[in-house]
Design a protein. Structure first.
Length: 243
């Protein structure tokens, strides 16, 4: 059966000419956006770097996949045509009700490059869907820098588990998290990406470390999208650190 499947796949590839996926769309401002509460709208600029007009579909959803809750934000242009080499902006709008005033809210802005019509009966195109992080930020007493500084780490369960705690009202994104033992060797389970919601914690095992866990090393993503390196000593107790 496996050989039949291979032959069928080869036959289909011989019949259809795949022209690939469009990759002409980019975003002025990166893939991470802050919607401040004092702004009535948050513009997102979409750039068409291609030589042909691009039809783009834009939608927004809860960032953590909640499909049951009403969505209090929307985009003003769900569908727009962008000329070759041009850029256009779509506005994210908030009605002013439905989001907490004590912490950030997280959304995903989805931008689909609608594929062009096939030029022949045996040709098809695929469109690319981009996901952009959007954070609605109310007026908060603390700053993002203070939130990063307040992030805390703890070794628990006799050195078999590490816990990170976000006591702030901000979403904090960590990259390339590595734990090191007392000899400076990377051990336990490394984590490539972790986003901590406001007032939350996360933990994971650190089995395989020789002796006491000595340090945690990671990168933290700032509002600009840039990641800054962090490294803190643990020694089995709480360690706090910031930018």
């Amino acid at each position: 059966m496996r050989f039949i499947g291979v032959y069928l796949l080869l036959a289909l590839l011989g019949v259809f000419a795949w022209q690939g996926a469009r990759a002409d769309i980019s975003f002025a401002g990166g893939s991470r956006y802050i919607f401040a509460a004092d702004a009535k709208r948050r513009p997102i600029t979409i750039v068409n770097d291609g030589a042909q007009p691009a039809l783009v579909q834009v939608s927004v959803a809860w960032g953590e996949g909640d499909l049951e809750r009403d969505l209090p934000i929307a985009v003003n242009q769900p569908l727009l045509l962008i000329g070759a080499g041009e850029r256009k902006s779509v506005d994210v709008l908030y009605a002013g009700e439905g989001l907490p005033a004590q912490q950030e809210s997280f959304f995903l802005l989805s931008v689909l490059e609608v594929p062009a019509a096939a030029e022949g009966s045996h040709i098809f195109y695929l469109g690319l869907r981009h996901h952009l992080k959007l954070f609605y930020r109310p007026a908060l007493a603390s700053s993002p820098e203070q939130a990063m500084e307040a992030l805390s780490w703890r070794v628990e369960n006799g050195g078999k588990k590490i816990r990170v705690e976000n006591s702030s009202p901000y979403y904090l994104t960590l990259l390339d998290i590595k734990v090191m033992d007392g000899n400076g060797a990377v051990c336990g389970q490394s984590v490539a990406h972790k986003m901590l919601p406001p007032f939350s914690s996360a933990d994971w095992p650190v089995d395989g470390c020789e002796g006491v866990v000595g340090k945690v090393r990671y990168q933290m993503v700032k509002d600009s999208g840039l990641a800054i390196k962090q490294s803190y000593k643990l020694n089995g107790c709480v360690s706090k650190g910031g930018v």
